[in-house]
Write a protein that binds this ligand. Structure first.
Ligand SMILES: [Fe+2]
Ligand SMILES: [Fe+2]
Length: 399
């Protein structure tokens, strides 16, 4: 690593390789994760975050922090922090977004009196962390639009002590930020197309909201991550799978577009006949992805088809049992049911949290895979952070 850091040619080769890698990632969160970890590796930075611009606000979109991770390795809560900062000269990130120029700061606690921005200590205080050196890079498109900023924190020397970032780092990171930005734009477009597909399903069935699918996808990712660690999956395998799992999980109920409004929007309990038709949404969804053109299609097919199967073999449509149900189906089954119970819906109030947890525990080994239930309960603080990140704003008006 040290030799690599000292050799600009190696660095360039590495950057080109990373470029190629970025272009293969489909999911925006996986992409931000990769961009941050590669940037941090290249600069030997302890931490970093990415803010993406939405409605003139910089939304905190991704974070990594080695020191905090070491202190609490099991906690993945941080990435679901939810806050945004305005684009103005008061904050460092806001200033960089406004100016469209990178900014290297050797010590955030020792800023020159003449600068308009100040360092916001609140994140450090909440997290118990000390930011010192910082480099903030704008993410600018080829059309000269700023779509966000990347901030990397605390470059480290050999002994792990914080030192200032190097001038050379700033130069090639600006170059790297260009390709990162076009990859982000592409992934954002994919996410938007998926959300539009979901909007279409939502027009038909108001239960499937954007927030619901975002939550189900994030719960699924976190459950899978833990499962993969217990089962010693390789890092690259975990990463690849997570990349497609989020999108595929979001599409779990997209087959409902094929179900008639009379059934989907019926305000009363469905008759046996109607329920039989409703159940076909699993197969209808799978049909949309048949043909296995890509890994993403294959996983979307699998999840749409199996998310209503039950561990005890009493689910639908194929009455699969135990491990005959693919892992993805077992994970999404729990994530989907949990979210349906804990959320308010047009036709029902949210269940009490303790009742939801009791039900999930009771259903362990019946509806749900016991191992998935155990993992879910062990990461419950992360699950709660996800719920806070994607609230059901529109539903509240109905109750
Ligand atoms: Fe479903
Ligand atoms: Fe659902």
């Amino acid at each position: 690593m040290t030799t690599l850091l000292n050799n600009n040619d190696d660095k360039l080769t590495q950057l080109l390789k990373i470029n190629d890698e970025l272009n293969h990632i489909k999911d925006i969160d996986s992409l931000l994760d990769t961009i941050l970890s590669k940037t941090r590796r290249l600069t030997n930075a302890d931490a970093g975050s990415i803010f993406l611009l939405e409605n003139r606000m910089l939304n905190f979109s991704y974070v990594q922090n080695d020191t905090l991770k070491k202190k609490d390795p099991l906690n993945n809560k941080q990435i679901y922090s939810n806050f945004s900062i305005p684009v103005n000269e008061k904050s460092i990130a806001g200033y960089v977004a406004l100016q469209g120029k990178s900014l290297k700061i050797d010590d955030v606690h020792n800023l020159d009196n003449t600068v308009p921005y100040s360092f916001n200590k609140s994140f450090d205080e909440i997290a118990g962390y000390k930011t010192q050196s910082m480099m903030t890079i704008p993410l600018i498109t080829t059309r000269s639009q700023v779509i966000g900023v990347m901030q990397i924190i605390n470059a480290k020397d050999e002994a792990g002590n914080p030192i200032p970032f190097k001038q050379a780092d700033e130069n090639y990171l600006n170059f790297f930020a260009g390709s990162a930005t076009s990859a982000i734009e592409k992934a954002k477009m994919t996410r938007e197309i998926i959300l539009r597909m979901i909007k279409m399903a939502e027009l038909r069935d108001p239960k499937e909201t954007g927030s619901h699918v975002n939550r189900v996808a994030s719960y699924s990712i976190e459950i899978f991550q833990k499962w993969a660690e217990y089962h010693n999956l390789k890092y690259s395998e975990i990463k690849n799978y997570k990349d497609i799992l989020r999108i595929a999980a979001m599409l779990h109920d997209v087959g409902k577009v094929a179900i008639s409004d009379v059934i989907l929007k019926k305000p009363a309990k469905l008759s046996d006949e109607e329920f039989k038709i409703m159940k076909t949404h699993a197969y209808q969804g799978a049909k949309l992805f048949r043909g296995n053109v890509s890994e993403l299609d294959a996983l979307s097919y699998e999840i749409a088809y199996t998310h209503h199967e039950k561990w005890n073999g009493r689910g639908y449509p194929r009455k699969l049992k135990g491990e005959d149900i693919p892992l993805s189906g077992r994970i999404v089954a729990l994530a989907d049911v949990y979210d349906a119970l804990i959320s308010a819906r047009v036709y029902k109030k949210a269940w009490k949290e303790s009742d939801v947890i009791d039900t999930i525990k009771q259903e362990s080994g019946h509806h749900f895979d016991p191992e998935i239930v155990e993992i879910f309960l062990s990461i419950y603080d992360v699950i709660e952070a996800i719920r806070l990140k994607f609230p059901d704003l529109d539903i509240r008006t109905f109750i």
